[in-house]
Every structure is written in C-alpha cells, then in structure tokens.
Design a protein around this ligand. Structure first.
Ligand SMILES: CC(C)(COP(=O)(O)OP(=O)(O)OC[C@H]1O[C@@H](n2cnc3c(N)ncnc32)[C@H](O)[C@@H]1OP(=O)(O)O)[C@@H](O)C(=O)NCCC(=O)NCCS
Length: 628
C-alpha cells in the first residue's frame, strides 16, 4: 500500500545524504531576520532544530513561524522572544492558550482545506521549512512518520528544507516518503517525539461518549476530532463491527479500538488500510501502533479532508467537540476555557460533509456545563468574546451531551431550541426556556417536564413488528409535531375511540399535554419508525394517575396506533409494556375506558389472559385489572 518507490542507485543517495548532513551550529543563518519559517507540528515537531534555530537563536528578528498544531515547544514563548519571532498557528492546544489569550501569538482561523490552499497555491511563501523524518531506507527514502499533514507541499514550496533525522520517528505506510534529494540540509539527532498522552476522561465526558456510541452504526467510517470527548466515544465502540477510521488526527484512543477487532483491516474498496489519517498525536503507544502497520495509512491532508472522499464513504460519521452551542444550533470553539482546544482544523468540513454521505452523520458533542458546573454550555447566545463559530446553523446535524442526543437536521429554530433544552443540564433548563421565550424562539406557553423528572432511558428498546425494527422509548416534549401527525393520520372513528368524543383537531396546547409527562406518576411510551433519522411516531400509549384509595393506586391507560400499523400487535405490546411500567411506578391497578364497539382494544385486553373486569356504562366499558 505504500507508494511505489522508483529505482535508485544506492551509492548516489548515500553521497548526497553525507554531503547534506551538518549540525545546527552550522545552520544558524538558515533562518534570517524577516523570514518566514514553517515548523512541522504535532508530535512530528523537530524539537532539536526548533530549539537551536528558533528558540535559542539570538540573531533572529521579525521572523514569522507558521505551524499547524503546536503542542509543546512554544508554550513558554512570548515576552522576551516576541520581537525575535512570532508564532502564527492554525490551532491552539491547551499548552498554548495563555500565549494566544494574552496576545503574544497569532492565530489564523482557517479550515484544513484552507490551510492546504494557503501554502500549496503560494498565498504564503515559506523561506525555511524545519521538518523531521525517519532515517533513510535502502533507497534513500525517509518517512514523514506521524505528521504528513501539509508537509509535502511545504517541502515542495519552501526555499530551504532542513530535516532532523530521528530514529524515534516511525516509518508509516501511505503517502509518507521523502527522498534525500528533496531536502537541503540534514541534522541527525535522536530524541523521543513530542508526546501527547490521552487526558483522563471524567464521568461526564464518559457519559457523552456513551451517548455518541449509540449513534454509531456497524460499517461506519469515523472521523474523530481532537479532544477528550471524541476520544471517549471510541471507548464504547469496541463491540461494533466493520468500522473504519478516516480522520485528520488519530490518537492513542484508536489503538484499543483497533486491537478490539472493531476496525476493519482495509477500506471498503480494499484500496487502503482500515485507518487513514494525516496526523498521529499521542504517546509511544500509538507511535508503536502505526509503525510499519499495514492497517494504517498516513496521507496528505488534502486527501483526507477532500469532500469527494468523505462523500464516497458510506455512513461517514464525524465526531467533533464544541465549547458552546446556542439555541439555534450554531456551535463554537473558544479560548475561554484554559484547558480548551481552539481552532477549526477539519471540524467544519467533516461535520458538514459527513451528513451528506450515504447514511452519514455529523455529531457535535459537548459537556452540558463548564467543568465546575457553574455555566451551561448550551446557551441562548454565545457568552465569550473569544469564540469562533465553527459549525453554522445550516450545518448542524446531531448534538450530544451527557443527557442524550438530538437530531437538529431539518428542524426549525423553535424545534432546535426545545430539543437542545432537553439535553441541557436540568439545572439550566428552565432558564434556557425562559430565554428562548424572551427571544420568541418557542411558544409562549411551552412547558417542560418538571425539574428533577429525569428521562428514563432504561425504557428505550428496539422491537420487531413484522419485518420492521422500531424504537420504543418514553415520550419527549420534542415529539409534539410527530404526535400531531399521528393524530391526523387516524380515522374519525379511531379519534373518537381514543378520546371518547368527536375531535377534529389537536392544537399545540392539546398536543403539548400528550407529550408532557413527569415520568414519575404519568408516563407515555412512543414507537418510533426510522431509528432516529426523521422521527415518525407510529403509536403512543399513556398512563396517568386516576383516583387512589388507601393502598389501591390506579392509573388510566389509553393508546393510539397509526392505521397503517394497526393489527400487527403494537397495541397489545404497548398495553403489556405499560402494565410493567405502571407496576414499577407503584400502581396496583390499571383502568381503561373503551367504547363498546372498539373490538381491537377489547381484544388486546382479552389477549392479556389475566383477570379483568368490564362494566358497561353509557356505551363505555370500564375495564379494570390488577397489575401488582
Ligand atoms: C385499539 C388500538 C390501540 C389497538 O392497536 P393494534 O396495534 O391494532 O392492536 P393489536 O394489533 O395488538 O391487537 C388488535 C387485535 O384486535 C383484532 N381485531 C381487529 N379488528 C377486529 C374486529 N373488528 N373484531 C375483533 N377483533 C378485531 C386484531 O386481529 C388483533 O388481534 P390478533 O392479534 O389476535 O389478531 C388501535 O386500534 C387504535 O389506535 N385504535 C384507535 C384508538 C383507540 O381505540 N384507542 C384505545 C382507547 S383506550
């Protein structure tokens, strides 16, 4: 799978290699005052060259240092060094936040596609490139190893290329080979690569990761954004099958997933490895994993980020973090958080393009609050001036917090605001609702389940009816339109049977009542078709408290099933489920009021086969049964 290596006369490249080999002290003049330098970034950073040719080079003056993902070396830079050189970075990782926040360094807001264009088309001219490579093979080819990024166009365009040859740099497969003839100076120095081990996920991050994993289907191709949350999602994917990774960055988190067997050895068309990436950022664990591994292909950023490539992959699923999301669905990264990551990288392109691949999804995931819990990360309006909106309103698809996931694709601002409030931290939901009302995003009389009424996810399950797998789950306030659609799909007689009166419409207020339960004394289960794509509800069943006398606690049952789905066992299934739910909620008896000619409902009760009483009063059967 490596690029084909043309024939090469061994003696020629060896001589050239020796002639080009030098030391940093002989290269001091290679970076001159006023010049533009590009430093290979991430874990591929040539630390020895950077130290001697930039950080400790007192001869520098007004040098611009471009880099993509600086991880360590520049973390103390600034102040005294400010007039000698200034860093120009496309991404800010936690070690660099203060330098950027204090204005001691420059950030270029740019997507990865733009970054590639900037250098390959000569918008920025690079005088000196500092790169790092593995030692040469028998034909004089050295590997870019863990950072392929935009290095090929930098090497091609730079006036002078200085390469640190480091035995710690792994030889990786893909498009990573650079020949001795393509560099101008060689400095041999072995030193461990910059290491960036995984940050420990906290319980909230793990919960977000678990919710993300529920959205990942077998056979999906994943892009994993840089950060704790996307990494945490991978922990929960070990039971999946036939996954592939196609990501700008891979980290240590990929290793366990690959070792678990969840990741394919090769791409769907067998033309590449199962893991394609452009930067490998992590510790010796992932460096060892990618070294000589046929499953992994390191490729130029332009290949990885190409929308055409992303669109051609089935179920392409992009997983990216955000620092805040507003109620309209646009999300941002920001420098407010000292531990935060700031910069667009491939985030926007992946998220936007993924959802248009066949069966694809764009997932934006974030904690519902700041780490200390004092601020909501779902906000009416962005709070920090130091933000960058990376995902726009028109690009949003799934949003995930530790309280679940919502799909905002195809949703109005009103529906988005309400959906996002349902996955906000419960402490902030009422405030968000009040703000949403103030901004006229939602109905004036919009209500939420009472505070403390946690959505009982344990009642979610997949069930088969005929040849269809349908999702059974507790109702949510966001189901209002879908329940209205169900109502309007019912015949006049069905509506009469459900409400025991003639009802020709179900306005917002009435529909809202049907989707607002407290999950403690009242409950509704819906059956959803489409498994999370567009939420078509084909049935809904309710239980609500009726009279209670002494130890006798009674709930009333009612249900409606879409005519297209009737007589397939759904009504009976919901009745059985609701008996179990009612029992768990502490009810001892269930009651239903059934019109005398409603044979289907009466039959469903009969099929239970348990003792029940039926009293006919004014054409209505009062059906009662003990459920404890
Ligand atoms: C009542 C209702 C919820 C039942 O849902 P459903 O999914 O059709 O129910 P099921 O398929 O589980 O069971 C219906 C049974 O009635 C039977 N049935 C259908 N029409 C019948 C008829 N005219 N006479 C006798 N039995 C009949 C079906 O064959 C089926 O029994 P089977 O499984 O033994 O074949 C649904 O019909 C509905 O929504 N009706 C309108 C609203 C309503 O009446 N709600 C109840 C208010 S309490």
């Amino acid at each position: 799978m490596n690029v084909k290596i043309p024939g090469e006369c061994p003696a020629m490249w060896r001589t050239e290699y020796e002639e080009k080999t030098t030391t940093v002290s002989d290269l001091k003049g290679v970076v001159s005052p006023g010049s533009c330098v590009y430093v290979e970034s991430g874990c591929g950073e040539p630390q020895h060259l950077v130290k001697h040719l930039i950080l400790e080079n007192t001869k520098l003056c007004d040098v611009q240092v471009y880099t993509s993902v600086p991880l360590s070396t520049y973390s103390d830079f600034g102040g005294d060094y400010g007039s000698r050189f200034r860093i120009q970075s496309f991404f800010i990782s936690p070690n660099m936040t203060s330098a950027f926040a204090d204005g001691r360094a420059d950030h270029l807001p740019m997507s990865s596609l733009g970054k590639y264009k900037l250098f390959s088309e000569g918008y920025i001219t690079i005088n000196t490139a500092l790169i790092q490579l593995s030692p040469p093979d028998a034909k004089g080819f050295m590997s870019l190893g863990v950072t392929v990024d935009i290095m090929r166009s930098i090497i091609e365009k730079a006036d002078v290329v200085v390469a640190q040859i480091n035995r710690y740099m792994p030889v990786t497969g893909g498009d990573t080979l650079v020949h001795v003839r393509d560099v101008d100076h060689i400095v041999e120095l072995d030193e461990p690569l910059v290491s960036y081990p995984l940050l420990e996920p906290d319980p909230e991050v793990m919960q977000v990761g678990e919710h993300i994993s529920r959205l990942i289907e077998d056979g999906a191709t994943l892009q994993i954004g840089f950060g704790r949350i996307p990494d945490a999602a991978l922990i929960f994917l070990k039971g999946k099958k036939d996954l592939r990774i196609h990501s700008e960055i891979i980290t240590d988190s990929v290793v366990d997933l690959a070792v678990s067997g969840a990741v394919s050895r090769s791409s769907a068309d067998c033309r590449e490895g199962g893991i394609t990436a452009s930067l490998c950022i992590g510790s010796e664990r992932v460096f060892g994993f990618v070294s000589g591994n046929q499953q992994v292909e390191m490729r130029s950023l332009s290949d990885i980020i190409s929308p055409g490539t992303i669109l051609s992959r089935e179920k392409f699923t992009a997983i990216n973090g955000a620092i805040e999301i507003d109620l309209t669905g646009q999300s941002c990264v920001g420098m407010g958080d000292q531990m935060g990551y700031f910069g667009a990288l491939g985030h926007a392109v992946f998220n936007r393009t993924a959802m248009f691949s066949p069966g694809g999804k764009g997932i934006i995931a974030l904690r519902s609050t700041s780490r200390d819990g004092s601020l909501s990360r779902i906000v009416p309006e962005f709070t920090d001036r130091k933000i960058g909106i990376v995902t726009t309103q028109s690009d949003v698809n799934y949003v995930v917090t530790e309280y679940g996931s919502v799909n905002l694709f195809g949703k109005s601002i009103r529906e988005r605001a309400l959906a996002l409030i349902t996955i906000a931290h419960p402490r902030f939901r009422q405030w968000l609702l009040d703000e949403a009302k103030r901004m006229n995003y939602v109905y004036e009389d919009q209500v939420l389940p009472p505070e403390g009424a946690g959505y009982p996810g344990s009642y979610e399950s997949l069930c088969r009816f005929g040849d269809k797998g349908l999702l059974v789950r507790p109702v949510k306030v966001t189901d209002e339109r879908a329940v209205q659609n169900l109502f309007y799909a019912m015949s006049k007689d069905d509506r009469f049977h459900r409400f025991l009166m003639h009802v020709s419409s179900l306005h917002h207020k009435q529909a809202q009542d049907l989707v607002t339960v407290d999950y403690t004394s009242s409950m509704a289960l819906v059956i959803q078709n489409g498994q999370g794509r567009q939420d078509e509800i084909v049935a809904v069943a309710h239980i609500a408290p009726e009279e209670s006398r002494g130890a006798r606690k009674v709930c009333e049952f009612a249900a409606m099933v879409d005519p297209l789905w009737q007589n397939q066992g759904i009504g009976t299934f919901l009745l059985r489920r609701m008996i179990a739910v009612g029992r768990e909620m502490g009810y001892s008896h269930m009651r239903a009021y059934v019109w005398e000619d409603n044979r289907q409902m009466l039959k469903a009760f009969e099929k239970l086969g348990c003792g029940m009483t039926q009293e006919l009063d004014c054409h209505v059967y009062r059906v009662s049964l003990a459920i404890d």
